[in-house]
Design a protein around this ligand. Structure first.
Ligand SMILES: [Zn+2]
Length: 287
């Protein structure tokens, strides 16, 4: 039994019970599994606001959200589901706080947790097939025409699986360290190699690399990168180096989901139900 029971209609009409049921199926598509011993039978304690599942073998107690991205949340699931749709809308945390009627801090934290689920998934999946790679500098201001890397520059590489012609099926973006790119603003061959090492499968058929000034040779890939850098600066009004990778993963998701025949909420729900939580402290820890 591998299906989602999914609320239809607008999010205002979704009930918390429907969302809980959808989460149950996303987390345990084959039915309950004890997170400690994998036993398949449990009893359910319904005396609390959210049911507790008690393993019939080891007596371990777990809630539906324990250990998932929703662990410990006080925000109703239906709001999380609406936030998943927001994630694909390229909007700001201010917009999310207005949609949900929550504080900016809560909206930002929901966004970061969803982005973290994307990051965990991105770290597990490599690009394969025919992959094209190029790069650019986030923070390249027109005021400086120097080709030497500036302190505020953040080098970014983008790789895309290119299907026949120049149609891109899937992308990944990476915030590279200046150690990897060297002192020139022209993203070097070394940066391409670093990106390929980390993000492209070993069974890849070929990697084509384009230096910065050759970017227009692969216009669709360059266009995605340019769109992303513009989004970071204009919609989000600038993102610092600490969270840059999370936003690159966010934008990669926006691009990739638009090419999948999959709906946003079931896709994100599966990621969030099967990936470990990250705490506010971990998200805000200074590096
Ligand atoms: Zn157990």
């Amino acid at each position: 039994m591998n299906h989602f029971t999914f609320p239809d209609g607008s999010w205002e009409s979704w009930t918390e019970e429907q969302c809980m049921e959808a989460l149950y199926h996303a987390r345990w598509p084959q039915g309950f599994r004890c997170p400690r011993c994998s036993y398949a039978h449990c009893s359910v304690l319904r005396s609390r606001k959210h049911p507790l599942y008690v393993c019939a073998s080891c007596r371990h107690q777990t809630s539906l959200t324990a250990g998932t991205v929703f662990h410990g949340t006080r925000t109703p699931l239906r709001m999380w589901f609406r936030a998943m749709i927001w994630l694909a809308e390229e909007a700001t945390s201010v917009a999310l706080s207005e949609i949900l009627g929550v504080t900016y801090k809560t909206a930002w934290l929901i966004g970061q947790k969803l982005r973290d689920a994307l990051t965990q998934q991105s770290n597990e999946q490599l690009l394969s097939g025919l992959v094209a790679v190029t790069g650019g500098i986030y923070g390249w201001r027109r005021a400086s025409s120097s080709l030497a890397v500036q302190p505020t520059d953040q080098p970014v590489a983008i790789g895309g699986t290119v299907e026949g012609g120049e149609d891109i099926r899937e992308i990944k973006m990476a915030h590279l360290s200046k150690r990897e790119t060297g002192s020139s603003r022209l993203i070097s061959r070394m940066a391409h190699m670093k990106f390929s090492d980390a993000h492209v499968s070993d069974d890849v058929k070929a990697v084509r690399a384009f230096p910065y000034f050759g970017m227009n040779k692969l216009a669709p890939l360059s266009a995605v990168l340019m769109h992303t850098l513009h989004w970071l600066d204009h919609t989000l009004q600038g993102i610092g180096p600490k969270h840059l990778q999370a936003y690159l993963n966010h934008q990669s998701f926006v691009f990739n989901i638009s090419r999948k025949a999959q709906k946003v909420v079931p896709y994100m729900l599966r990621l969030c139900a099967t990936r470990a939580r990250i705490t506010y402290r971990e998200l805000t820890l200074t590096s």
